[in-house]
Write a protein that binds this ligand. Structure first.
Ligand SMILES: Cc1ncc(COP(=O)(O)O)c(C=O)c1O
Length: 402
């Protein structure tokens, strides 16, 4: 063991899930059709518009572009985001918005604001892998609650809460992606949204609503966000432009009561001080020109086509007994295979033989499970790649199941 080993923190020594790093490596292999990373389709970016806006910004506002921004973000951009939240039924003022370096930093900051080691946090089972990594770093007790076709099973949550109240170990936070969930693609029904809010009010925990995909609906009726339904201030909202505009500009935001935002600002000063200025100004200009909303509509149409094709191919190519979710928006479908195949073990063969990648189900469970499941992200591959990739995947997995 190298002498340096003893110098590492407990956190750095933890056997981390390698899944996320592997995903990013796959982006560099052009021979692999990747259904793995939750990445937007590159043909949805707006490079021409970005170039023209950046050139103008550098010519007209060089000090703003190249300098620090205020820690909570440029006021004009906060106002812009607040107005956007308000239009979506989540009344906000600029000082209730904190611009972050992506939603994931927003989650990290909120963990710093709310959590101490050993606190109980409820997560969906399965849930977003990045959130498991972030929450895990705070040494909290992650308690998974299962999903069914209507999203988080709030009846089961209610049973847990009753038991936790008796033992004096109620959760502080519940992290949820209620709309087009990562990894399942499922959406929490309106009845369950109301139930979840009632539970948060009754038992005094905060709901962290991560709405990374909620604007990307291509089917079914709109469901209000938890934040829009919240009357008692129990919901803190995480937004991002990563899935609708560009993940590279690293722009997300927290929408919460001013008091929470103030605490987060103080803690953020010891992290990265502020979000990158160019990203904020670029996003603001995209927004002012109506390009964000235009992109959302365009992306929705593209996702509808890709999801439709993926689900058709799953039905045609996979054996009887295979189940998958039917998302009404977002990037993902969640596949459950019959039999006792281990999708984590099968992944290497799928990459090497079929040249197709997915993320194995087990990566998304805080409490174990998902060995016969996997997540398919249909956003990044082209229609042509989906057409070639899904049958190849089905064939390789069928070979392994025999
Ligand atoms: C549910 C969810 N939240 C947050 C993120 C990360 O977003 P950002 O790029 O804004 O940090 C992702 C990305 O995969 C996600 O799926």
């Amino acid at each position: 063991m190298p002498a340096r080993e003893r110098l590492y923190s407990d956190l750095a020594r933890r056997p981390a899930s390698p899944a996320l790093a592997e995903l990013f490596k796959l982006t560099e292999r052009p021979d692999v059709i990747s259904f793995a990373g939750g990445f937007p389709s590159p043909d949805m970016f707006l490079p021409e518009e970005a170039r023209a806006i950046t050139r103008r910004l550098l010519a007209e506002e060089p000090a703003a572009v190249l300098g620090y921004s205020p820690t909570p973000g440029f006021s004009e951009f906060r106002e812009f985001l607040a107005a956007r939240q308000s239009r979506q039924g989540m009344a906000a003022t600029g000082d209730e918005i904190l611009v972050t370096s992506g939603a994931l930093q927003g989650l990290d900051l909120l963990c710093r604001v709310f959590l101490d080691r050993g606190d109980r946090v409820v997560v969906e089972s399965p849930t977003y892998l990045g959130a498991l990594t972030t929450l895990g770093a705070f040494r909290v007790e992650l308690t998974p609650v299962p999903l069914d076709e209507n999203g988080l099973d709030t009846a089961r949550l209610a049973e847990h809460l009753e038991a936790w109240q008796r033992s004096g170990r109620l959760p502080k936070l519940l992290y949820t992606v209620p709309t087009f969930q990562n990894p399942s693609g499922l959406t929490l029904s309106i009845q369950r949204r109301r139930h979840l809010l009632e539970l948060a009010e009754a038992y005094g925990f905060t709901i962290l609503e991560d709405n990374a995909y909620g604007e990307l609906r291509f089917d079914g009726d709109t469901v209000p966000t938890l934040k829009a339904l919240d009357r008692q201030g129990v919901v803190v909202y995480l937004g991002t432009l990563s899935k609708v505009l560009s993940p590279g500009i690293r722009i997300g935001w927290i929408h919460a009561e001013h008091e929470i935002i103030e605490r987060a600002i103080l803690l953020r000063q010891g992290m990265d001080q502020c979000s990158n200025s160019l990203g904020q100004l670029l996003a603001l200009e995209f927004g002012r020109r109506g390009l964000i909303e235009r992109q959302i509509r365009k992306t929705g149409r593209l996702l509808a086509a890709k999801a439709g094709l993926t689900l058709d191919l799953l039905a045609r190519e996979f054996p009887a007994g295979t189940a998958w979710t039917k998302p009404e928006g977002g990037f993902y479908t969640w596949v459950t295979l019959p039999g006792d195949i281990d999708t984590a073990l099968a992944l290497t063969r799928c990459i090497e033989e079929a040249r197709v990648a997915y993320v194995a189900g087990s990566a998304f469970y805080a409490g174990g499970g998902g060995h016969n499941q996997f997540r398919l992200c249909y956003s990044q591959p082209s229609l042509e790649e989906i057409r070639r990739g899904v049958p190849r995947l089905a064939q390789t997995l069928a070979g392994l199941q025999r």
